[in-house]
Design a protein around this ligand. Structure first.
Ligand code: C2E
Ligand code: MG
Ligand code: MG
Length: 708
């Protein structure tokens, strides 16, 4: 098989055409061919298929080779055009070649034809490939020009080419400003030295390098450039780069945010833990290395936040954060753990006295009232301190112990500091065990309600009971509220517990009312916690339970302590007013032990004041407690409040209270808190003179069982 060849022959003489074909076949071509004689048929045929070569006679009837060549050129096809003719004279031949014919051969001597065809076909192929390559190159250049990244080609340290983006990146308008110039124009001396010292050796070795550089714009400003350099085989250096300043900034911000608190911009827990771990290691390595951590918590922050709003709360935290920083050295660290909790790490401290000095300075400073957005705010802190020892292995242990010590400081009167000691840890652990047991106690139904009679001391009449919760601990026996109520409050269990007690006590009341209908209306007093008052659904829940059980609001009294009132006085007044509208009475419990709220007592829709046991028990004629009790009773009478004296244990106390005009009383003298069954047996049943509502203390003293 010869070489395939598609030939278009322009020839009027068939013989001559055959001659051409024979010559080509002899030259080892396998032919596909057509013959045309007119301009029209040439036009039609030329695009009908791909032709490798056109062989044309010079002169045809009504047509000629120049005309044919013109048609071929118009078709834009690059097909070799070879004239095969009789003698046409040198001039015509030259004209033809000038016009674009590729070769001219005499009909008489066609032996050269195959070789001429072969050469022209090959040349046409090369021309086509080159054209294709040019198209490709133009496309690639357009792409490079359109690229967002700066692209430059360098040869021996000078620019050969820079795309638009590269010029823009460095603030140049025309590429002539840089082509032929050294790259060093675009970098500071220090960067040039770094490139030469650190980067070029790597580039020479790996043929490629990627990294960052500080680049200088035409106007002298700088930016962080992400750059990739590639060395080509023929020694060109291709640089692709972009401005990564924004990216770097964003990365730095993310890294910063991961380690800092957004509100105060202080280090956060993560960063604190890292620094603590470092300190722990230093203490292990160096005998004399001392450090301490201070756990700080704002006293009454919640009150400020709830009453003045979060904006002011946030402002306060930022101000405190700033204050704390002023008391520390560069090497120290103050972190915010969240809420109103801050931790200070003091490193390399010479002696513990230094820590005390700092704690005292901070306490004093934070006591100065702050004026925030027109509000004068009094703040104070409680601080727990741990001195780092070799025994600490974990940051979390340090934080935990400092937290425990802080809690102690807070309990012992706020605005103070406390050093951590091992005993605190034991107690904290005990508290934790109690909390775990408390959670179980719910499931195991270990709670029960006891009732303590409340008596009208002026006419010796039983008026009601106070419901007091008791916990039958599986191993410890009875546990008293003073021990577990604070833990239940801490653990967030108090609301469920109180609502359980409320339900039980109300149900008990309904049952007694039904069973002992001839008693004068008895009331049940139920204790609430601060967290109950904060519960949004309190009123709704109480109303629902009373309706479910079928108890009137006027059968219950809710006891709230003085300290619960001041947390948010306006909100409390609103809540108490709503309770009052449901005929529910309010007792202010433990009166006299907390902040004296006498000044706003008249604003409260309260009905009773309960004088705390501590005053009654220590009361002796004309001593200080006697004066206090006397004042409370006088004041209450003026405000229309009924006084209930708690903790009446002796007839003398009872007598004194009666003389002072105290109306109600409660205490072991009448009865200790008893189970419902005991109350029934000893107060509601039988032929007690309670029945006729005239009570004399004596029989009760003798007969009431002393339980709980
Ligand atoms: P409280 O409301 O002031 O209750 C009076 C406390 O005084 C009771 O202690 C009672 O047993 C005790 N008491 C009564 N008479 C005398 C007496 O003559 N002498 C002495 N020394 N004490 C007397 P209890 O039952 O241990 O309760 C302690 C506190 O626990 C209560 O003080 C109350 O604040 C709280 N509490 C009790 N039950 C509940 C409850 O169900 N919910 C809530 N939130 N708190 C409760
Ligand atoms: Mg009470
Ligand atoms: Mg009380």
């Amino acid at each position: 098989m010869g070489e395939p060849l598609n030939v278009l022959i322009i020839e009027d003489s068939e013989d001559d055409a055959l001659l051409v074909l024979r010559e080509l076949r002899r030259g080892n071509f396998t032919l596909v061919w057509e013959r045309v004689q007119t301009a029209e048929s040439l036009r039609a045929m030329i695009t009908s298929q791909i032709w490798d070569v056109i062989i044309s006679d010079y002169r045809l009837p009504g047509f000629d080779a120049p005309g044919a060549l013109e048609i071929v050129k118009q078709s834009q096809l690059d097909v070799p055009f070879i004239v095969v003719s009789g003698a046409i004279g040198e001039r015509s031949a030259v004209e033809m070649m000038k016009a674009g014919a590729h070769d001219y051969l005499m009909k008489e001597n066609l032996t050269r034809l195959p070789e001429a065809v072969r050469r022209e076909v090959r040349d046409a192929q090369i021309r086509a490939e080159r054209k294709q390559a040019e198209v490709e190159l133009r496309r690639q250049l357009a792409a490079i020009e359109a690229a967002i990244d700066g692209i430059a080609i360098l040869q021996e340290n000078t620019y050969l080419y820079l795309n638009r983006a590269h010029l823009d990146l460095f603030g140049y308008e025309r590429s002539e400003e840089l082509v032929g110039k050294t790259w060093k124009l675009l970098y500071s001396q220090a960067e040039v030295e770094r490139f030469e010292r650190d980067i070029f050796p790597v580039l020479a070795c790996n043929r490629a390098w990627q990294g960052e550089a500080i680049a200088t714009r035409k106007d002298g400003s700088t930016f962080i450039q992400g750059v990739s350099l590639t060395l080509t085989e023929d020694g060109l250096l291709i640089s692709v780069c972009r401005d990564i300043s924004d990216l770097k900034q964003a990365q730095e911000l993310i890294a910063h945010n991961a380690l800092h608190d957004p509100l105060t911009n202080l280090p956060n827990r993560t960063l604190l833990v890292k620094r603590l771990e470092f300190a722990i290691n230093q203490a292990k390595r160096y005998e004399n290395y001392r450090y301490a951590i201070l756990f700080l918590d704002l006293d009454r922050f919640k009150v400020i936040n709830d009453s003045l709003g979060h904006v002011i709360g946030d402002y306060l935290l930022t101000t405190i954060a700033q204050k704390l920083k002023t008391h520390l050295r560069e090497i120290d660290l103050v972190a915010r753990l969240g809420g109103d909790e801050f931790v200070i790490l003091l490193e390399d401290i010479s002696e513990p006295e230094k820590v005390i000095q700092i704690a005292e300075r901070i306490l004093a400073d934070c006591q100065t009232p702050l004026i925030i957005k027109g509000h004068k705010i009094f703040t104070s802190l409680s601080i727990g301190i741990v001195l780092g020892t070799k025994d600490y292995h974990q940051a979390s242990d340090l934080i935990r112990d400092a937290d425990i010590a802080m809690y102690r400081a807070k309990k012992q009167g706020k605005n103070s500091y406390k050093f951590f000691d091992a005993l605190m840890h034991t107690q904290a652990l005990k508290c934790l065990t109690l909390e775990t047991d408390l959670r179980k106690a719910f499931e195991q139904e270990e709670f029960t309600v006891y009732y303590q009679p409340i008596v009208d001391v002026l006419d010796n009449r039983l008026v009601g009971f106070e419901a007091l919760v008791r916990w039958r601990h599986p191993t410890r026996g009875f546990v008293f509220p003073d021990e577990f109520i604070p833990v239940a409050e801490e653990a967030g269990l108090i609301v469920s517990l109180d609502s359980w007690v409320f339900y039980q006590a109300c149900q008990q009341m309904v049952s007694w009312k039904n069973k002992f209908a001839n008693f004068s209306p008895l009331k049940i007093s139920i204790n609430l916690s601060a967290q109950d008052l904060r519960k949004a659904s309190l009123i709704e829940d109480i109303t629902r339970i009373l309706a479910d059980i079928g108890l009137e609001g006027n059968s219950i009294t809710l006891e709230i302590t003085e300290s619960m009132l001041i947390e948010d006085i306006d909100q409390t007044i609103d809540l108490l007013t709503q309770l009052e509208s449901r005929n529910i009475q309010i007792s202010i419990d433990d009166f006299g032990t907390g902040y004296s709220s006498l000044n706003y007592l008249h604003r409260l829709p309260a009905h009773n004041l309960k004088i705390d046991c501590s005053f009654v028990s220590q009361m002796q004629a004309e001593n200080r407690n006697y004066q206090v009790v006397s004042t409370i009773i006088t004041l209450s009478n003026q405000l229309g409040l009924t006084v209930v004296a708690e903790g009446i244990e002796t007839p003398q106390q009872l007598q004194q209270l009666q003389q002072l005009g105290c109306q109600l009383g409660q205490g072991y003298l009448f009865s200790k808190p008893l189970s419902a069954a005991e109350i029934e047996a000893h107060f509601l049943q039988g032929d007690w003179n309670w029945r006729c509502h005239t009570y004399s203390i004596k029989p009760l003293l003798n007969k009431a069982p002393v339980s709980m």
